[in-house]
Design a protein around this ligand. Structure first.
Ligand SMILES: [Zn+2]
Length: 364
């Protein structure tokens, strides 16, 4: 693993001899809007945010395959799991083992979610590159979900920072401000309170901060407004945008955040996950759909979309009976997409003609 301090964007994935013809997204199109980044990072959070919200417990061996295949597809930032008690989230009980495995993949930047100091100590022990500390700007959600007020979470971050520094570790601390656009319990969440808490996290020693639309309430205008104000406060330390696609606005919200200067986004392969307070809701924006959108716009993600789609098919098999989301897997890449040869399907096991599936790889 790498320290992450100087880490900006993923490097090109290593060549993998057994993969079919690759479509690696490069900045091939002229970008018409100068405010957009030339590169963006998709942080895969399906193994954490996705799997914590589904019933199925995916065996550790399959999760290892997932991490390896995502890495081979070019993913260089993966959230491996959460250090929470296994009785609360049995789906993520193997986080330590997976973090140890992920640490063997050169250049992979591994994050884990930690709700408290105990979790942070485990993240430090297992050499995580980054630990994400969730804070809910909704006081009601914070008490229901974390059993702490937001300011008590800020105080816990200060203790984590002290522990990190005492250990001489390089693990970054990210304070993730959730329910930043509204809350299923409390309803309205005041933007000024979101920004106050973000500043408080930085003051307490968080190296990075991020904003999350935990329940899928955000719209692009709201995102543009809040992210612009957040960038003005945190600058480059505003690390990531996290959007749930609950009401179909996930990609639009990503676009709005990009225009505000953000270039790292959480996403779940197959859009897995959901929200216990919103039945039928999807998880984060689907990684493969986001990679497609960015690639179409000429924004470099370093990702091999064909490999992502094949991995999606495997994950769908492991999650038989669960609902997956996203749209690219159904339609396939258009012939006009950079790198797709109009004469054939470039070796991809993706539906290629008029939406008719050419492969039985997909189970969702
Ligand atoms: Zn989430």
């Amino acid at each position: 693993m790498i320290s992450g301090m100087a880490y900006i964007a993923p490097t090109r994935p290593r060549q993998v001899a057994d993969l079919p013809a690759r479509i690696v997204v490069r900045a091939m199109n002229a970008r018409h809007l100068s405010s957009l980044p030339s590169r963006a990072v998709i942080r895969e959070v399906g193994l954490r945010d996705g799997l914590q919200s589904v019933q199925t417990i995916v065996p550790t061996e399959h999760k290892r395959e997932w991490i390896r295949a995502a890495y081979e597809a070019g993913q260089r930032e993966i959230e491996i799991g959460s250090f929470v008690p296994a009785r609360l989230l049995p789906q993520l009980a193997d986080t330590a083992e997976l973090l140890d495995f992920a640490g063997t993949l050169p250049g992979l930047f591994c994050s884990v979610l930690v709700p408290n100091l105990r979790g942070a100590e485990l993240a430090l022990d297992h050499g995580a590159d980054l630990m994400l500390v969730p804070l809910s700007a909704s006081h009601a959600h914070s008490l229901a979900n974390l059993r702490k007020t937001p300011d008590e979470v800020v105080a816990e971050v200060a203790r984590m920072r002290a522990a990190r520094d005492a250990a001489g570790a390089r693990t970054l601390i990210e304070g993730g401000v959730g329910t930043a656009f509204g809350c299923t319990i409390q309803g309205h969440v005041d933007a000024a309170e979101v920004l106050r808490l973000m500043q408080a996290l930085l003051d307490a020693g968080a190296d990075r901060v991020s904003l999350a639309d935990t329940v899928g309430y955000a719209d692009p205008a709201q995102v543009a407004s809040l992210f612009e104000r957040a960038v003005a406060i945190a600058g480059d330390r505003l690390w990531c945008g996290h959007f749930h696609d609950t009401r179909g606005l996930g990609l639009a919200n990503v676009y709005a955040a990009m225009q505000a200067g953000v270039s790292r986004f959480d996403a779940c392969l197959g859009g897995i996950g959901g929200c216990p307070h919103a039945p039928g809701a999807s998880g984060n924006v689907a990684s493969e759909d986001l990679a497609y959108m960015l690639g179409s716009m000429g924004i470099d993600t370093g990702l091999d979309i064909g490999a992502l789609l094949r991995l999606r098919g495997r994950v769908a098999g492991w999650l038989a009976g669960e609902t997956l989301h996203g749209t690219l897997w159904r339609a396939g890449l258009p012939k006009t997409f950079p790198g797709v040869d109009a004469g054939h399907d470039a070796g991809l096991d993706v539906p290629s003609h008029c939406g008719a599936a050419t492969s039985s790889t997909f189970h969702a």
